[in-house]
Design a protein around this ligand. Structure first.
Ligand code: G6P
Length: 319
């Protein structure tokens, strides 16, 4: 059981005043929330993976593979898997070395901690409602293998806030033990796009990046935009701008605003790699997605006993 008391609220919640018309349903596998405006979000308890976020127009903003496994036997291919406590294949000679790629958070069942609603939160200007769903994961909920591979006393609270102006996802990490630990975190968001041929991203210039497709070494680019024209796997470090925008046909489609995080990964597997993934469908799905993943993955965050760290994103959809 995660103690929620340590979690600073991402937006102010209120339980007084007129009852908000937010529709929330929770069952054994997922939690769904819908605002009076029509905006909706669906979160799978497995991995606390957001698998759908629709704007009030009915437009789906997240890409989910048609072959995504949603029964809790494999990390979800699509939506927003949570990467913790290590990004990518773990390095040798580190406390995370025995963990699988991207850690255990995306492949462990989380606990639904409850909701709070607000009529005046950061995501709900003008008196409209927003809703915050909290999910928790702590050491006692891990599989024996994960607990053995990373034997630290930690707790995570993941807050998913849906407002008519966007979706906010924040991860709060707390060291519940006495021994310090190091971690990386990343929100591996798969965004839905109409056609990758006419997609570009902006807000990534003027900083260096590791190009994992080319040679895994550092590169830099002064171009203000990045077009995705082939397999792309770049880790941008220490970004100066807070916002990475995804443009479709030269028009803003989504704005991804980092909160207390400095790094962003841009990933598209392209044709061959997409085809080689058993849970990626349809084969041409790579044309309709791009991952823009906010995180802290360059080096490590260190937490002493009793300390907390919080980071995440606010995503705004233009349709
Ligand atoms: O297949 P997965 O373990 O979900 O990883 C999918 C991708 O995640 C990130 O974007 C990494 O930068 C990629 O190198 C990796 O291929």
């Amino acid at each position: 059981m995660v103690d929620r008391a340590h979690k600073p609220s991402a937006i102010s919640a209120s339980s007084t005043g007129p009852q908000p018309q937010v529709d929330i349903s929770a069952d054994d596998s997922k939690v769904t929330a819908r605002l009076p405006t029509g905006d909706s979000v669906e979160v799978l308890l497995y991995g606390a993976t957001v698998i759908s976020w629709k704007s009030n127009s009915g437009q789906e903003n997240l890409w989910l593979s048609q072959k995504a496994v949603l029964d809790g036997s494999k990390a979800v291919r699509g939506g927003i898997p949570i990467v913790f406590p290590v990004f990518g294949p773990p390095p040798q000679n580190h406390a995370t070395s025995s963990l699988p790629q991207h850690g255990f958070a995306r492949s462990t069942r989380w606990e639904y901690l409850g909701k709070s609603t607000s009529e005046s939160g950061a995501l709900s200007r003008g008196g409209d409602d927003s809703v915050k769903l909290d999910f928790g994961l702590s050491q006692s909920q891990l599989s024996p293998e994960s607990r053995k591979a990373w034997p630290y006393d930690f707790s995570l609270v993941y807050s998913v806030t849906l407002g008519k102006d966007g979706l906010q996802t924040m991860l709060n990490v707390r060291n519940e033990g006495k021994e310090s630990f190091e971690f990386q975190m990343l929100l591996h968001t798969y965004f839905a796009v109409k056609n990758i041929s006419n997609v570009s991203t902006s807000g990534l210039a003027g900083t260096s990046y590791i190009d994992k497709v080319l040679d895994a070494t550092e590169h830099s680019s002064s171009s203000p935009t990045l077009s995705i024209t082939g397999e792309t796997d770049r880790v941008y470090k220490s970004l100066k701008q807070d916002t990475t925008s995804i443009l479709q046909d030269d028009k803003p489609r989504l704005d991804v605003v980092r909160d207390n995080l400095t790094d962003t990964v841009v990933w598209n597997p392209w044709k061959e790699k997409a085809k080689a993934m058993g849970d990626f469908a349809p084969d041409e799905g790579y044309m309709n997605m791009v991952c823009v993943e906010v995180g802290s993955v360059d080096g490590w965050q260190k937490l002493e006993g009793g300390e907390t760290f919080e980071g995440g994103q606010l995503v705004k959809s233009h349709i």
